[in-house]
Design a protein around this ligand. Structure first.
Ligand SMILES: [Zn+2]
Length: 320
């Protein structure tokens, strides 16, 4: 895609090239001498060679903490950014805005040659308990948006109701003497679940496995109250449940639209926006063009074109 003096490619992550500079966002691998920006700290957005000391990676403060303390990036290779503060890389200006997906998650507004391009990364206009806030969407000429749940059948339930159901289910079981095991993704979801129990109950929660490590790192950015040693009965939050472990099991993810899920009690709480949230992000950005990436790219682009009257298509694999 060529927009006057800026070229956008989609191959090794999002690739931007202006007259005097080149930038990669969420690349699979770093490239020598090319600055990298990361939208957030989920593993599928981290370059495979993150431990390479010669790379130069920009990300928000929580994400840089994950990079160095969880993924093993050398501290000298990461540069922290603050929300709403513009970074100038040659003739490209980049400003991070709150994405509302997990703590530290950023959308990037890219400005070059008077064009404003918004790359949402993973985005959630509802926000959550353990994020900086709901997505803070700036206006842009072009929006490049994730489409993880980019189809109308994905209409998530009210997150406040889901949180209330989750804590009631767990606390009632613990009161009756049972142990509760809650499976949640290591980075983001585990902290959202801990925060849910912290805000809505006085129950003690125990966090084990990799989720304990990520939660300890991220607790400095938004308070989390949890312990690392098991008492009995108790509520345990983990990224991996041993099939031999005794106790009642639950899973918290946007992918469960029904309450019973392969032997788990399913609670539909997503870090992503649903289809209607993605439409809302586009409406707020008020662009002339939309490009979709990740997930249901065709469905979302078709809807934007037909129902919103905005030029839209999946961002094709190209190299700049
Ligand atoms: Zn993510």
């Amino acid at each position: 895609m060529i927009l006057e003096m800026i070229t956008i490619g989609w191959n090794n992550g999002l690739e931007l090239r202006a007259e005097r500079s080149r930038v990669l966002i969420d690349p699979k691998r770093t490239e020598r001498g090319v600055p990298v920006l990361l939208t957030h700290g989920h593993r599928d957005h981290i370059p495979k060679d993150v431990k390479n000391p010669s790379s130069k990676i920009y990300a928000t403060h929580p994400t840089t903490s994950l990079l160095t303390r969880f993924y093993g990036a050398p501290p000298e290779s990461v540069i922290p950014l603050s929300f709403n503060e513009t970074l100038v890389l040659g003739d490209i200006r980049i400003t991070p805005f709150i994405a509302g997906h997990i703590i530290g998650s950023a959308m990037y507004l890219i400005e070059a040659d008077r064009r404003r391009i918004l790359y949402t990364g993973d985005v959630n206009p509802r926000g959550g308990f353990h994020v900086e806030g709901p997505a803070d969407v700036p206006e842009a000429d072009v929006v490049i948006i994730e489409s993880t749940y980019g189809s109308p059948e994905y209409c998530f339930p009210d997150p406040h109701r889901v949180r209330a159901e989750l804590v009631k289910w767990a606390v009632d079981l613990v009161r009756s003497g049972e142990k509760v095991l809650i499976k949640a993704y290591t980075v983001g979801k585990a902290q959202e679940v801990i925060s849910t129990f912290n805000r809505l109950t006085n129950a003690e929660v125990v966090v084990v496995g990799e989720a304990a490590k990520s939660s300890s790192i991220l607790a400095r950015y938004s308070r989390l109250r949890f312990s690392l040693s098991e008492n009995d009965p108790c509520i345990i939050i983990t990224n991996k449940i041993n099939p031999m472990s005794a106790g009642r099991r639950a899973i918290v993810t946007g992918w469960v639209l029904r309450r019973q899920f392969h032997g788990f009690e399913g609670f539909c709480l997503s870090s992503h926006g649903d289809f209607y949230d993605l439409i809302e992000v586009i409406r707020r950005a008020s662009p002339q063009e939309v490009y979709t990436v990740h997930g249901m790219v065709e469905t979302l682009a078709n809807h934007v074109r037909r129902e919103m009257g905005i030029r839209a298509e999946p961002l094709r694999i190209t190299k700049v």
